[in-house]
Design a protein. Sequence first.
Length: 303
Amino acid sequence: MAKLPGAIQGARVVGERYVRAQRRANPEGRMPLFDHLRELRNRVVKMALGLIAGMIVGFIFFNPVWRVIEHPLCAAKIRGYTGCGQLGVNQLVLNGPLDAFYLRVKVALIVGIILSSPIWLYQLWAFIAPGLYAREKRWGHLFLGTAVPLFLAGNVLAYLSLGRSMHYLLDLTPHGVQNLIQVDLYMSFVMTMLVAFGIALELPLLIVMLNLAGILTHERFRKWRRVLIFAVFLIAGIANPSPDPITMLILGGACAALVEVAEFIVWRHDRRRARLHPDPYAGLSDDEVSPLDLDERPDNRLN
């Protein structure tokens, strides 16, 4: 028993040597197809477990979470009146005996997606990382430390915009008409808003990661800047589940502002890369002979 810690230490050293040998033998991290499928299965299982853990929290705290979710609808003003229920102008209704259970499942799903966002975002990155080079894998902390706050910021922005959407849409109700809104339709609307806003705010992070990988340069970004800004507002209009123009402008404006921040980061990174690794052919005109061509001339080879 006294030699057990030494044996464990020896096994650990052997394991570390084996891992280093495997990395030297396969530095690019290539795997056969079935290994990729097994890796994908493991990542999906971990994402599902994180989602289930978050949903359990949602089931436990259903009542306070539901009050937060229904607040934008109940606070929406229609001809100066607000409120839900029999005395209010808006009323949420359930149509079937199982709808109350499905409501709790959907509320728990929303809570699970938000709480488990660090887990499933990390698992997505971990699945892509083996195909990257060693220097690119170090960006995992940057990706995770930025993707999670952006997704949560998108959720907060969606919730704040939800009140404006409810006010705009329900204020179109004619006089003498009461809104009997199905809970299932309202929950689908809320979930679409949260997911759309959360994913839309990840676009600037994608631009930065493509630049760090050497795929997207600032020069190319600058040429397509106007088209990209237009595409941001177009995607915002498509992702926005309501025809409310204010909500579309909020989402598109937030994404456009983050794209400008991403452009600045890309510009700084390209300047730093050019300073550390200058291009030997920069500044040459199209008809000027490069230094490599001078070395290849016959008279140079004779000398």
